[in-house]
Design a protein around this ligand. Structure first.
Ligand SMILES: NC(=O)c1ccc[n+]([C@@H]2O[C@H](COP(=O)([O-])OP(=O)(O)OC[C@H]3O[C@@H](n4cnc5c(N)ncnc54)[C@H](O)[C@@H]3O)[C@@H](O)[C@H]2O)c1
Length: 261
């Protein structure tokens, strides 16, 4: 049977860990060639090396998504190697200390905007011209449920993820007649290293174990659990798939019902 992403070139940022690493594996399983990047060189080498050892074609570069020259060079290398980018998953992102706004710093603000917003902007700035040349493409920006609703104690993260939803909608509008779909995905809590760190931080303060902290987080979710990363990555594969051809400009919540109530 033909694979859904056979011969497609899929670029993934933040590919060393969490959603990005799992997405690299799943897109590869569906036949994709990959352009992978992360600021964490060791983690990236492990993910890319493992896939190459299985015969997957991978271009990998250590890239800070907030550095324009590095992003431009990486997209250029993918284009030189594979000809274009068909699918871009702008996934790299970071959180901040879980705390009321008044305890956060301008340093936190700058980090949130640089990585979570500028990173997505720069990714699209270099992906879109390539996709326009070929008259096709699918971009998926990883926002968050915190990009759709207020998220107490995560105010700067929420501000950055709302911005990701906004830039996604604008880019979708600009490219709607050019064969390029642009969407955002808005997961709630999923058991990736980022959220494990958050659970340890919040749980540690309250004297809770990681499992107890996860249970506390899950108590706010109608499905009463956090997601497995696989459940989010499967949605990513579907949103970007060629057969999902009429969806653009959307911010899709994969959140166990969190933003529905
Ligand atoms: N896990 C969740 O519950 C959850 C929920 C909503 C949204 N998200 C979003 O999903 C995305 C992936 O997060 P994750 O949960 O897999 O976390 P993660 O920490 O496991 O992975 C994030 C990856 O991004 C990389 N990264 C960080 N800063 C970077 C930079 N400046 N340049 C390049 N790479 C950088 C990290 O090295 C890491 O490999 C993020 O955008 C995050 O905000 C996660």
């Amino acid at each position: 049977m033909d694979k859904r992403y056979g011969d497609k070139v899929v670029m993934i940022t933040g590919a060393a860990s969490g959603f990005g690493a799992l997405a690299a594996r799943k897109f590869a399983d569906e036949g994709a060639r990959l352009g992978l990047s992360d600021v964490n060189g060791d983690g990236l080498a492990e993910v890319a090396g493992g896939l190459r050892a299985e015969g997957v074609e991978v271009v990998s570069d250590v890239v800070d998504v907030s550095d324009e020259a590095q992003v431009a060079a990486h997209v250029g290398r993918i284009a030189e190697t594979f000809g274009t980018v068909h699918v871009a998953l702008n996934n790299a992102g970071i959180g901040h200390d879980v705390a009321p706004l008044q305890f956060l710093t301008t340093g936190d603000f700058d980090r949130m905007m640089n990585v979570n917003v500028k990173g997505v902007f720069l990714g699209m700035k270099y992906q879109i011209p390539l996709m326009q040349q070929h008259g096709q493409g699918a971009i998926l920006n990883v926002a968050s449920a915190a990009g759709l609703v207020g998220a107490g104690h995560l105010s700067l993260y929420a501000a950055a993820k709302h911005a990701v939803v906004g830039i996604t909608r604008a880019a979708a509008d600009e490219n709607a007649t050019r064969g390029i779909r642009v969407n955002a995905i808005c997961p709630s809590f999923s058991a990736t290293p980022m959220v494990e760190d958050m659970a340890d931080q919040v749980g540690g303060r309250a004297g809770l174990s990681r499992a107890q902290a996860f249970a506390h987080i899950a108590s706010r979710v109608p499905m009463a659990r956090v997601s497995a990363p696989e459940e989010v990555v499967q949605a990513m594969l579907w949103i970007c798939a060629p057969e999902n051809s009429f969806m653009t400009g959307q911010a899709i919540a994969i959140d166990g019902g969190l933003t529905a109530v």
